[in-house]
Design a binder for this molecule. Structure first.
Ligand SMILES: Nc1ncnc2c1ncn2[C@@H]1O[C@H](COP(=O)(O)OP(=O)(O)OP(=O)(O)O)[C@@H](O)[C@H]1O
Length: 369
């Protein structure tokens, strides 16, 4: 191998992420990288990520990919993707450790993500899984973090997404039209971006669930109700207006990334802000279904409480004998009750949280390097 695997820094539903150091003389790699690995037999999602990243080309706001390699480790054949190392971890890690971000950081990160989305949409792709876990903090000049978009495992060419009409993404970040199986387009990425902005600004998920409410009810509310996620009261008027544009229920009226880049909330926010530490630990969930209120609820919840990222192909469901449903309501029921993919809480989440200061020290030395 042209690189050496270091410690584990994160784990998602499909892959494990470790540090990787390039071997001496390997000029095509930076000295420090992140390597995302999974068994060759389960590598479809990770291969999709590599393919999409290689077709996207260079964009500063998209996590860089340095290529893929196979390895045999512990008697197992692994598929590895070498990625730019995000010294600050994900924005989800950050919010969980430090709570809500100050508004200037929310604006700055939102602007970066918008630039990335504008690029991705411009070249004809849809990310399909915009959420804080997939927005990564990389070192930039001036010893500050900049946000980049990562995890393209579910990304697609825009026309293919529309064609396929499957579930794709994380339920709590899903736009109403995706829940009802209609168009899944660039506009759905913008809705998800709005959810991410709410979470950054408030330290809490965009959709709050009251005790006694189950995931079915919540997803019905997103799909069928006229409601949009609640705007954090702490946001400025400009921020609230920005979210209104992201949460327009009609995807054709929802603003595009290009339009939002001119919105006063983010326009001219290229000033960088250093790390802040909040006294208050965040209640941000480890997953879209991980609501603290539910934990204290006496009614047993049917809800799984871990990472809920999955790709479901509606057509294969409809063709399968075990699934026959006709309405969007059925689709939503299926979303929370059927064929739940790997919901188990990953221990690595805790490892990642505890590793924050290690990451910070690496980031510090790396940015001086
Ligand atoms: N390039 C990277 N640099 C540093 N840390 C990373 C990098 N990529 C991922 N991580 C860390 O590893 C975790 C797992 O990443 P991964 O993309 O596999 O899964 P996820 O997005 O969290 O979950 P899922 O794939 O289930 O949606 C991230 O949440 C983040 O903390």
């Amino acid at each position: 191998m042209t690189w050496v695997r270091g410690g584990t820094i994160g784990r998602g539903s499909f892959a494990t992420v470790s540090l990787a150091v390039s071997r001496a003389g390997e000029d095509r790699f930076p000295p420090l990288m992140a390597v995302k690995s999974c068994g060759v037999e389960d590598s479809a999602t990770l291969r999709n990520e590599t393919q999409v990243l290689s077709r996207l080309g260079d964009c500063q706001e998209v996590l860089r990919c340095y290529g893929d390699e196979y390895s045999c480790e512990g008697g197992r054949e692994l598929y590895n993707v070498l990625l730019e190392y995000a010294a600050g971890g994900s924005l989800a890690d950050y919010v969980r450790d430090f709570g809500a971000l100050v508004e200037s950081d929310v604006k700055r990160y939102t602007r970066s993500i918008l630039r990335g989305l504008d690029y991705i949409h411009g070249v004809g792709f849809v990310h399909c899984d915009v959420k804080l876990q997939n927005l990564l903090l990389c070192s930039s000049n001036d010893s500050v973090f900049c946000a980049k978009i990562g995890d393209f495992g579910l990304a697609k060419k825009a026309e293919k997404v529309a064609e396929k009409k499957g579930f794709r993404g994380t339920p709590m970040y899903m736009a109403p039209e995706c829940l009802s199986g209609e168009e899944h387009s660039a506009a759905a990425d913008i809705w998800a971006l709005g959810c991410a902005v709410v979470e950054m600004a408030s330290g809490k998920p965009a959709w709050q669930c009251q005790p006694g409410t189950d995931a079915n009810a919540l997803l019905f509310r997103i799909w069928g109700g006229k409601a949009s996620p609640e705007t954090p009261s702490e946001l400025s008027e400009e921020g609230k207006d920005f979210l209104e544009k992201c949460f327009l229920r009609d995807p054709r009226k929802r603003w595009t990334a290009e339009m939002l880049l001119d919105h006063p909330f983010v326009a001219g926010t290229d000033v960088t802000v250093p790390l802040k530490q909040s006294d208050e630990a965040s209640t941000s969930p480890r997953s879209p279904f991980d609501f603290p209120e539910w934990a204290s609820d006496h009614t047993p919840s049917p809800t799984p409480d871990s990472e809920a990222c999955f790709d479901r192909d509606l057509n294969s469901w409809l063709n399968s004998s075990s699934h026959s449903w006709t309405s969007p309501a059925d689709r939503i029921r299926q979303l929370v009750t059927d064929q739940t993919p790997n919901w188990s809480v990953s221990e690595s989440w805790f490892a990642v949280r505890n590793n924050f200061w290690i990451r910070f020290v690496i980031f510090y030395f790396y940015s001086c390097y």
